[in-house]
Design a protein around this ligand. Sequence first.
Ligand code: ADP
Ligand code: MG
Length: 353
Amino acid sequence: MNRLDEIQRAFQSRGGTSFLLGLLLLAVIPSCGDSGRHTYQKSRAMMDTFVTMTVISESRQQSETAIQAAFNSIEEFGCLINFFSATSELSQINKNAGVREVRVSPAAFDLIEKALYVADKSAGAFDPTIGPVMRLWDFHNGVRPPDADIKKNLPLVNYRDVVINKKNSGVFLRKKGMLLDLGGIAKGYAADLAVGALKQHGITAGIVAVGGDVRTFGLRADGTAWNVGIKNPRQTGAKDEIMGTIRLTDKAISTSGDYERYFISDGRRFHHILDPQTGYPSDRARSVSIIARDGVFTDGFDTAVFVLGPRRGLDLIKEINRDFEVDAIIIDVNGVIYETDRVKETIKDAKNL
Ligand code: ADP
Ligand code: MG
């Protein structure tokens, strides 16, 4: 069994859900456009998920070189911020919590700085210091931590206790026992890095999916925008059932859902997006998709809005829309769909959603 199969099986055994986190790419079968531009696609297991790169190019060789460079950029970045690898820069930061500042690479520093921006804007609904509580939960084996353990660790969760020093790329966690966990934002950043690498190699159109974090640029070979499907968070039968599709170009989209890593206990769903106020899974939404230019922000804010729920989530979207164009599709805990005006008017497929 190859690594892709292995990961897919592991994910399916986590709850019988499909692999792409809420998003499915449509119509990426190699095709030939009017201008002789072709579609090339490659997938690899990375960052504990599938990464799929699709590019439009006139040259097979150019596309292969570019895709390889883009995979390399994700690989390198993944090594820096891997929570479980003892040698990652993230682990160095965590090991030195309460002890000293750690100097990190520009990409890791940039990601942490942006994670703190999302934390600040969302008043801690997204909190990258969720680590001490996150690690108590075992969604794979369906184990719920004792309440007392959650209570004991909650005081360590506070993004305001992360001190960053731009001058020397230093990061310091103020309290011993604090743990940075960048799982809620890193995949979107990886999609941004990959698109940067593809563009550097002369690619002018493509789509990169790092699990459920997808970034698009340029147009497909037939001159139309990219279609991205949004998965129904409660599958009614067919696997990978889609609620609707939206058309995007030069935009990223990320989805957070309660259906990817979860277990059911006493009739209640326990999933991997925690409310930093309580240390328990947030119960205000089933799925949140965010659309904006950069994957780092769509990924960060999908988690934030998921925790906040539709009412406060849409308020937050309105507020950050002053900084940059951002849209949202929120499915609340009762299955009611909320979406921003631009989604209604311009970017969704008419037949659905
Ligand atoms: P996915 O990883 O399924 O794409 P998310 O982007 O929502 O979904 O990220 C979920 C991950 O984010 C969790 O596995 C955990 O590492 C981290 N996380 C969970 N809750 C929070 C939170 N409130 N703030 C920041 N990160 C979180
Ligand atoms: Mg996220």
